[in-house]
Design a protein around this ligand. Structure first.
Ligand SMILES: Nc1ncnc2c1ncn2[C@@H]1O[C@H](COP(=O)(O)OP(=O)(O)OP(=O)(O)O)[C@@H](O)[C@H]1O
Length: 606
């Protein structure tokens, strides 16, 4: 339960709304508990009229508002029917007032919970954005999404309905117990005695229902994932003629869902009859004991009716205790999960007074070793590299040799396990992180485009590029012609609701996004592997001009003869195996020469 204390800051933020809500709850319940008193009075009045007797001391223990209103009506010297009609009108008025304050109570407390939900979602999302790359490697996207949506919703059930029902229950019980005891303490005991049994039973039934509905949810989610995968992979399914196997798999999942859903409905079917039974037994007790007391002349007929009304009035909120308890339990578990993340600190903090210099583009790795946390894979070993401002360096090597890791460290997605990375002579750790990253353009290996227009995807890094700048970047990335061929040009939507772009088009848009930024340092991680040879040639020609005065690090599998690199670094097993210019490396007859001759062979038409 201590996990929920994290939410106190929100309750404090919305304290006036909460306080107002509590006041409305009490006022609404106040009008609710007056109804049995007026009904009791009406019954006694009618009974006295039918038996031509004079009821005595009927209003002694009733609320002052009831007493005052009844006395006022009585003074009007109306016929008994007129008085009963007036009293019925009074009941109606109380019901309307009760409803009105109930509306206000929901308006304040439920609306407060929506505000808290909004704040919490923003807080969680903002926190997610600050966490480092390693966090995202060790947590699944589905898990993150769940915490953001499902857990926050469960917490809202606590900050809204659960708190509202709990306060409502406290208000109703205290007000009705007060008036019941005033009338007859013993009979009150009979009304209240079954309530704890009702609450405990409902609590247990509720817990069973909850467990079973979680099971149903899990099965449903399996079913949906299964169907979703089948739709996405329909071409693979068809080409491998696996329709029947997929159908069998789906049917098994579907059967499991049906079994757990039926089990849930069985428990739910017991829920209301149990409630009805317990309330029925309690009513019976009140009638029995009340009847005896009436015959002994201890209470009026109307009092008995009032007690039965109190009983039915209390039954629903008391049965809600079970629901409230399990809702709070679930919210606490959800908040615990959220706290796990909210209390996770990033391993890559930006220094408080970080250096905010204009990036010149001088890059240095000094004795850098890097081990990927959690996997223990050593990706770089005593790596030394100095790239001067404006130098163009290609990094080449076999897959898994540590090329991308160099980019990851340069963007400070990770800090080196040993050694130092320096930018313009300053340790990278000491630079203000966002300011530094805003001056670096990175084209990752895996392209990612947002579900937005092409123009917005290109201008993503800056957000304030002119149409002309976007167009120039697209031209440099050789994607302008493709974009123009779409019906809405640069305003074409990308993603599920938009056009389906080819791998090469996506890659080139991703390149345009990096070029539009005008950075001091550009890092390209194998970003031309999905374009054909002709387009590659086109892009490289543009790049040669664009990169003229910039420091560029081009990670690649292929050797680009078109781009004049100042240096080529050949990586092998986390270390530099060879380095030099194209010609120098060819002369060395080592790894590079080997790679080059193999590439030449592949490119020679047979
Ligand atoms: N996020 C990660 N967590 C754990 N290990 C990783 C991670 N990324 C890479 N590695 C491992 O680190 C080593 C170097 O990987 P890296 O991605 O730097 O190689 P690469 O030369 O860029 O390969 P490729 O050309 O295939 O992209 C590999 O053994 C790889 O399995």
């Amino acid at each position: 339960m201590k996990h929920l204390s994290y939410l106190n800051k929100y309750f404090w933020k919305y304290r006036w709304r909460l306080l107002l809500g509590i006041i409305f709850i009490f006022i609404s319940n106040y009008f609710a508990v007056l109804a049995p008193q007026v009904t009791g009075y009406i019954i006694d009045k009618v009974q006295a009229f039918l038996t031509s007797s004079t009821p005595k001391g009927l209003l002694r223990q009733d609320d002052w508002l009831v007493v005052a209103t009844v006395n006022w009506i009585e003074k009007m010297s109306m016929s008994p029917t007129g008085i009963v009609a007036m009293l019925a009108g009074m009941l109606l008025l109380f019901a309307v007032l009760r409803g009105f304050f109930m509306f206000l109570m929901r308006q304040t407390i439920i609306v407060m919970s929506r505000h808290i939900e909004f704040d919490q979602k923003n807080e969680v999302f903002q926190h997610y954005l600050q966490l480092d790359a390693n966090f995202y490697k060790t947590h699944e996207t589905g898990d993150l999404m769940n915490r953001m949506s499902e857990d926050v919703s469960r917490v809202r059930m606590y900050t809204g309905p659960a708190i509202m029902y709990l306060i409502n229950l406290i208000a109703l019980i205290s007000l009705s117990v007060f008036y019941m005891v005033k009338k007859n303490a013993e009979l009150s005991l009979y009304v209240l005695a079954p309530m704890p049994i009702l609450a405990i039973t409902i609590y247990f039934v509720n817990n069973i229902i909850h467990k079973k509905s979680e099971e149903v949810q899990a099965k449903l989610s399996d079913l949906t994932t299964n169907a979703q995968q089948s739709y996405s992979g329909i071409r693979v399914i068809k080409s491998f003629v696996q329709e029947k196997a997929m159908l069998r798999f789906f049917q098994t999942n579907s059967e499991q869902y049906r079994t757990s859903a039926t089990a849930l409905y069985k428990v739910e079917a017991i829920y209301f009859p149990i409630m009805g039974l317990i309330i029925g037994i309690s009513t019976l007790l009140v009638i029995l004991v009340g009847g005896l007391k009436y015959m002994e002349g201890q209470i009026n007929f109307g009092d008995m009716a009032a007690f039965i009304m109190y009983l039915t009035m209390l039954a629903f909120p008391v049965s809600a205790i079970g629901w409230v308890a399990s809702t709070i339990q679930r919210a606490a578990a959800s908040q615990q999960r959220l706290n796990e993340f909210l209390l996770t600190k990033t391993n890559i903090p930006s220094p408080v007074d970080g250096v905010k210099n204009k990036l010149e583009g001088d890059v240095e790795f000094e004795n850098v070793s890097f081990v990927y946390p959690h996997t223990g894979i050593v990706a770089l070993k005593d790596f030394n590299l100095h790239i001067k401002k404006g130098e163009k360096v290609a990094i080449i090597g076999r897959t898994g040799s540590g090329k991308s890791t160099i980019a990851q460290l340069l963007l400070r997605f990770y800090d080196p396990s040993k050694g130092t990375v320096r930018i313009d002579g300053k340790e990278l750790r000491h630079l203000e992180l966002q300011h530094y990253r805003s001056q670096v353009s990175y084209i990752p290996q895996e392209v990612f485009l947002f579900s937005d227009t092409i123009a917005n995807n290109i201008a993503f890094g800056t957000g304030n590029n002119t149409e002309e700048e976007i167009k120039t970047a697209a031209m440099s990335a050789s994607v302008h012609r493709d974009i123009q061929s779409f019906p809405q040009g640069y305003q074409t939507m990308v993603g599920e609701r938009g056009v389906t772009l080819s791998g090469g088009q996506k890659q080139r848009i991703s390149i345009a996004r990096a070029l539009v930024k005008d950075p001091g340092l550009i890092i390209m991680d194998d970003c031309l592997n999905a374009v054909d040879a002709r387009t590659e040639k086109e892009i490289l020609t543009h790049l040669a001009t664009y990169l003229q005065h910039k420091t560029a690090i081009v990670i690649t599998h292929r050797i680009f003869s078109l781009l004049q690199f100042d240096r080529i670094i050949v990586m092998d097993n986390g270390r530099i195996a060879e380095q030099g210019t194209h010609e120098q490396l060819l002369q060395q007859q080592g790894l590079y020469a080997d790679l080059y001759s193999r590439q030449q062979l592949e490119e020679t038409p047979s």
